[in-house]
Design a protein around this ligand. Structure first.
Ligand SMILES: *Cc1c(COP(=O)(O)O)cnc(C)c1O
Length: 451
């Protein structure tokens, strides 16, 4: 049971992010404005700083990581890669299982990798105030941490239901000095409109995005940030896959299959893109995004142009989508409840380079608990989706006798998700499916843009 943990030196923290656009078989589809014409960087400059916009549009393969950002990464990077020997033994599988653990960041998930970079680019552009939205609270926490490090004021619009149900995440953000508001709030037009119609509204991610964007667009001193989906976010997350490649080299191994949980696609892109060039060059490696059956964007959604928010404020993006009016059931993996997906991940899925599977809620918690008992680490419910898929693959190997190398991202810890674990342990948790009729209804409201 030795050599469980594969570590790197601080000097092994990547010096550059990897931009998959340079190696994609086809260039990414452009973002479109309401008139159907491509959106220019200038049109987004009211809410994003130049450094971020440049990365959003870049086709350069390697993009330098600013020294100041690398310095902060050193607080928790390189993150450990583990060979899950006790889990392999528990499953009695001939497969090898590795996982990259991103829960070691102070905010507890991979989201800090992009939060630090995004706040940095705002800071050097002279922006000292940032708004954002948060659903489950992981992105809000990561951004609050980064804002505190750079002396940038952070205002988080937190979906009201989470604000009430997840007071610990709220307090975490406040501890780092952020201002946290329940959304819908009466501070924005978008919020006031909703409250006028539904005084008891519990909020949604779409409403919170609308509030954060409205405020950033209306104030010169304020910008907006997004924690997933967009190209620059996936770019920042490639430190995960780049480090993992080095760690596996050190272990003398290479994955046959990689799993990552998929909400907006940032840890999928972060882990898988650095392996994608190998795949495109003919290497036999499977890249599998794992999503909930209750929010089955890649497995049951449509590849079409759609808005990123429910209010229709964002540019149109070509992606797999369940429709921007989609109301996901209240599953406990809050970070995976998004109607769309990263345009880059979507396009690579469409082209067959990335695959997707969906797993149901109860089975993911079962996998999460089994993992916690084997490895000690209590996973975030989002991460447990990848664990479920990895375990299923290892059990298939047991049937066939294959000695595959399986790799997955453990995107965060689940220390703030104890009420969800409690529900699972007491047998109250249920599988929630998304009815086909609701899906068809939601897809009827897609903007009419042919591809
Ligand atoms: C937000 C989150 C996810 C899903 O977001 P992606 O952008 O798809 O990576 C997965 N795991 C954790 C722990 C998260 O916080």
């Amino acid at each position: 049971m030795s050599n469980l943990k594969i570590l790197l030196d601080e000097s092994d923290i990547p010096t550059h992010w990897y931009n998959v656009v340079a190696d994609m078989p086809n260039p990414p589809a452009p973002y479109l404005g309401p008139n159907g014409q491509p959106v220019t960087p200038e049109m987004m400059s009211a809410i994003f700083p130049p450094g971020v916009l440049e990365q959003e549009m870049s086709a350069e393969r390697w993009i330098p990581i600013p020294e100041k950002v690398r310095e902060i990464y050193r607080l928790w990077r390189p993150s450990p890669l583990y060979r899950a020997l006790p889990l392999e033994q528990m499953l009695d599988t001939p497969a090898k299982i590795y996982f990259k653990y991103e829960g070691v960041s102070p905010a507890g998930s991979h989201k800090s990798n992009s939060a630090v970079a995004q706040v940095y680019y705002n800071k050097i552009a002279g922006i000292n105030r940032i708004t954002t939205e948060t659903g489950a609270g992981q992105w809000g926490s990561a951004l609050s941490l980064a804002g505190n490090m750079f002396g940038v004021t952070i205002r988080v619009y937190m979906v009201k239901v989470s604000y009430d149900q997840k007071p610990m995440r709220r307090t975490m953000m406040q501890t780092w000095g952020a201002e946290v508001l329940a959304s819908p709030s009466n501070l924005t037009e978008a919020g006031r409109q909703i409250l006028a119609q539904h005084p008891d509204s519990q909020g949604s991610l779409g409403i919170a995005i609308a509030e954060a964007v409205e405020e950033a667009a209306s104030r010169k001193d304020t910008n907006y940030t997004l924690g997933s989906v967009l190209n620059h976010v996936l770019l920042h997350q490639t430190v995960i896959g780049l480090e993992t490649r080095k760690q596996l080299e050190k272990a003398g191994d290479y994955p046959d299959v990689i799993f990552a949980p998929c909400g907006g696609g940032s840890n999928v892109g972060g882990m898988m893109f650095p392996f994608l060039a190998d795949k495109a060059a003919g290497k036999n490696i499977r890249l599998v995004a794992v999503e909930p059956t209750s929010c089955p964007t890649l497995t049951r959604g449509k590849y079409a142009y759609d808005y990123g928010d429910s209010a229709g404020l964002t540019p149109l993006m070509l992606m797999y989508t369940l429709g921007h009016n989609f109301m996901p059931p209240g599953i406990h993996a809050g970070g995976l409840r998004y109607h769309g997906d990263s345009p880059l991940v979507s396009q690579l899925c469409q082209e067959g380079l990335i695959e997707a599977v969906a797993v149901p809620q109860v089975a993911t918690f079962e996998a999460g608990v089994l993992f916690a008992r084997a490895m000690g680490i209590i996973p975030a419910p989002e991460s447990s989706h990848a664990i479920r898929a990895a375990i299923d693959e290892a059990l298939r190997c047991k049937q066939t006798g294959e000695t595959k190398t399986i790799l997955f991202t453990l995107s965060g810890h689940g220390h703030f998700d104890m009420s969800a674990y409690e529900k699972y342990l007491s047998g109250e948790l249920q599988d929630l499916n998304y009815p086909e009729a609701d899906l068809q209804d939601s897809l009827q409201h897609l903007p009419n843009i042919s591809i």
